[in-house]
Design a protein around this ligand. Structure first.
Ligand code: UDX
Length: 428
């Protein structure tokens, strides 16, 4: 099939190479000329494990190309909308890019004769496709959904750092369809995948994505709460989580207690779900508690530093890890930003290091933060070291010799760490 993908971020580009790798002809549309140029030269505009190799081989064998021009949509059968919906203020989803993509595609459809399906992959709150995207498409195309064109919501569950793998090996495929014909067209793309394909309504597909992310976040905030209690009682929460995880109804994944969750999805999606519930007249207390716990958890690290070395005024604190998790340079809603804000508020000087996220962090952190070229340089001379992201290079014991260490991600073995540093685990 011929496919167009609007938006070339993590979701769009991983989707594009996944489809191109399955033999489809894919054109990536993006309004950033620099991104288009990079992709056409076989390069990836974002740092994501394995992505550049895939882009290079698909561009090389002619299954993938990029374009700035919405006109290229006309020559394809299905368009995936993968533009961002992240709003840094977290006051809800930002519809600007979604609406502009729908207007762009709609404009092309107004002149196209054959059938065309629009598949929404961008994460949008339940109701958005029917209330915002379809009306925009209908207005721009002068056609009616279900007659002139088809619409589905086909959410992506990709994890940053593993997006290529997540697209190739999904756990399930969700197709929320406006009508049967739209659903059939998109299902035909996925027939070879040996996983359940769920055909449902558009709003249910949107909710499946939000509910899944909220559940993952609930697991994290839950284990962080258990971890905070364990810390007070002198129990190791990792022993507890390991044993809980043997119960298949619970499962071990997403029970790593620590500095909390960040990223472009979990915090924003849950905030958005709380708002959606509120607008529908329901107060989502559990979801609010998940967010409250997550807001407080990074601050605990700064408080622990204060208890370990005394008043932080004039003290130097090394912060290791800025990205919201290892394997990515993404700092959106990263716990590191909250830890650093707390430290600065308490009067500390902050020396920060991350193997890949320094450029992104520099754009959002105050000028007073000093960025270091290596973990060792950040640690040298610091009164206290806080580990916020579990990059492998922070698991080296010799880095911490003789230091006060606040471990927010279990990079060190607490049973050994006391021998070479003054060790404090956030939940253990
Ligand atoms: C998440 C979902 O996993 C994915 O399905 C969805 O499509 C998008 O949102 P992502 O944001 O890439 O993916 O990150 P994820 O790997 O889920 O981690 C999110 C945050 O939770 C990170 O900050 C991570 O450090 C934290 N986390 C994760 C924990 O604190 N403990 C855990 O046990 C797992």
């Amino acid at each position: 099939m011929k496919i167009s993908v609007i938006g070339n971020g993590y979701v769009g580009l991983a989707t594009a190479v996944g489809l191109a790798g399955n033999g489809h002809q894919v054109v990536c549309i993006d309004n950033d000329p620099a991104k288009v140029d990079l992709i056409n030269r076989g390069r990836s505009p974002i740092y994501e494990k394995g992505l550049e190799d895939c882009v290079s081989s698909c561009v090389g064998n002619g299954t993938l190309k990029a374009s700035k021009d919405y006109k290229d949509v006309a020559d394809t059968d299905i368009t995936f909308i993968c533009v961002g919906t992240y709003s840094p203020s977290c006051n809800g989803t930002d519809f600007t890019q979604i609406k502009s993509a729908a207007r762009g595609v709609g404009g092309v459809l107004s002149k196209k004769k054959g059938y065309h399906v629009i598949a929404v992959k961008s994460t949008v709150a339940p109701g958005t496709t029917e209330k915002v995207i379809i009306p925009t498409l209908e207005k721009a195309s002068g056609k009616k959904a279900g007659k002139g064109f088809g619409v589905v919501v086909n959410p992506e569950f990709l994890e940053e750092g593993k997006s290529v793998d997540c697209v190739r090996n999904p756990y399930r495929i969700i197709i929320g369809e406006y009508d049967k014909r739209s659903g059939e067209a998109v299902e035909s793309l996925y027939r070879d995948f040996p996983v359940p394909i769920v055909r449902t309504t558009i709003a249910a597909a949107e909710m499946i994505k939000y509910a899944s992310n909220a559940f993952l976040a609930a697991k994290i905030s839950f284990i962080n709460e258990i971890g905070n209690i364990c810390k007070k009682l002198g129990i190791d929460v990792y022993d507890v989580a390991g044993a809980m995880g043997y119960d298949p109804r619970i499962g071990r994944r997403f029970l790593n207690a620590g500095a909390g969750f960040g990223g472009s999805c979990l915090p924003k999606d849950i905030e958005e779900l709380v708002d959606t519930a509120g607008r529908a007249g329901y107060e989502a207390g559990i979801l609010r508690a998940i967010l409250d716990m997550n807001r407080e958890q990074p601050q605990r690290l700064a408080e622990m530093a204060e208890s370990a070395v005394g008043d932080l005024q004039g003290k130097t604190v090394a912060v290791l890890g800025l990205s919201f998790k290892p394997g990515t340079d993404d700092v959106r809603d990263a716990p590191s930003l909250k830890v650093i804000a707390s430290l600065l508020e308490k009067g500390a000087s902050v020396r920060a290091y991350d193997p890949v996220a320094v450029d992104n962090a520099r754009m959002v952190l105050p000028k007073s933060v000093k960025f270091c070229a290596s973990a060792a340089q950040a640690v040298k001379g610091a009164d206290c070291v806080i580990v916020v992201t579990e990059w492998d290079e922070f698991k080296v014991e010799s880095l911490y010799n003789g230091k006060v260490v606040i471990d927010g991600r279990r990079v060190l073995d607490p049973r050994r760490a006391g021998k070479f540093c003054d060790y404090h685990g956030i939940c253990w």
